[in-house]
Design a protein around this ligand. Structure first.
Ligand SMILES: NC(=O)c1ccc[n+]([C@@H]2O[C@H](COP(=O)([O-])OP(=O)(O)OC[C@H]3O[C@@H](n4cnc5c(N)ncnc54)[C@H](O)[C@@H]3O)[C@@H](O)[C@H]2O)c1
Length: 246
């Protein structure tokens, strides 16, 4: 385990929902954090608030559906902070549209935010992590990475494919000391995504997103010898951390 205090994190989807709580947790652990999101106002409000509390954060507004914009945004974060200790790709959108109604462009955009961005973000930081012989890469997973759900024509295949990318990168990263894992939420979380999509039944057991945040600070400090190629459960890891802290 590496002490994350003073280390660098790159985090996507930071402006609201789970990402915002992960940002707060990483900053509380002393990390310097590049915050990437498409929602400029919310992102800058978060950054201003965190800076007001003494944090070192670097907001970058980017549409992660755009591969070149994603590469450029990641390069900006690299120029500002250097190679991160952890990359957390948390951003995603969920649209429920049947095969009859989905357009190719809308399908492609949703898959690109999940999968293409996971590739481009990781590709851009990978050589630096290899050189550092250290790093942790985390992609946000979901039940949709294992099972199919009604009308998730893009989200489910995107999350499945992200698991595949994780498994391949874990093999390649191991000899370089880079951990690559996915993190499922383990519970539905009370965020804008679930507000707009979840039925009452799907909200059973829902928890506030800050309950899951400790798991991400934990994965920020691991290396490949500790765990790689795994699918973690953020709720369980966070509960275990809370129990260990007493
Ligand atoms: N909400 C749940 O119950 C749940 C369950 C399982 C998995 N997840 C996963 O957890 C992660 C976070 O989910 P959430 O509920 O906080 O989602 P959310 O919709 O509440 O927040 C997503 C964030 O990603 C950002 N984002 C969306 N599109 C973007 C783009 N094109 N470019 C840059 N940023 C973009 C949004 O602006 C927002 O800040 C996602 O990967 C999601 O798939 C959520």
């Amino acid at each position: 385990m590496i002490d994350i205090n003073g280390q660098v994190a790159f985090l996507t989807g930071a402006a609201e929902g789970l990402g915002r709580e992960i940002a707060r947790e990483l900053v509380a652990g002393g990390m310097r954090v590049a915050l990437l999101d498409v929602q400029a106002d919310k992102l800058h409000r978060l950054a201003d608030g965190l800076r007001g509390g003494g944090a070192d954060v670097f907001p970058v507004v980017v549409d992660l559906a755009d591969a070149e914009a994603t590469r450029v945004a990641t390069e900006q974060a690299l120029a500002h902070y250097g190679t991160p200790r952890v990359l957390i790709h948390n951003a995603a959108v969920l649209r429920e549209v049947s095969m009859l109604d989905v357009t190719f462009d809308d399908w492609r955009r949703e898959v690109d935010i999940i999968l293409q961005a996971a590739f481009v973000l990781t590709k851009t930081v990978w050589s630096g992590m290899v050189e550092a012989r250290s790093g942790s890469v985390v992609f946000l997973s979901s039940g949709s990475a294992l099972f199919g759900f009604v009308k998730e024509t893009a989200y489910t295949p995107g999350k499945h494919a992200q698991e595949g990318l994780m498994k391949v990168l874990a093999i390649e990263g191991k000899e370089h000391g880079i951990a690559v894992n996915t993190m499922s939420t383990g519970r539905p979380i009370d965020t804008p995504m679930s507000d707009s999509h979840y039925t009452d039944e799907m909200r059973i057991g829902i928890v506030p997103p800050d309950r899951l945040a400790p798991a991400f600070a934990f994965l920020a400090g691991i290396d490949a010898d500790f765990a790689t190629g795994q699918r973690f459960n953020a709720y369980q890891v966070s509960e275990a951390i809370r129990a260990a802290r007493g």
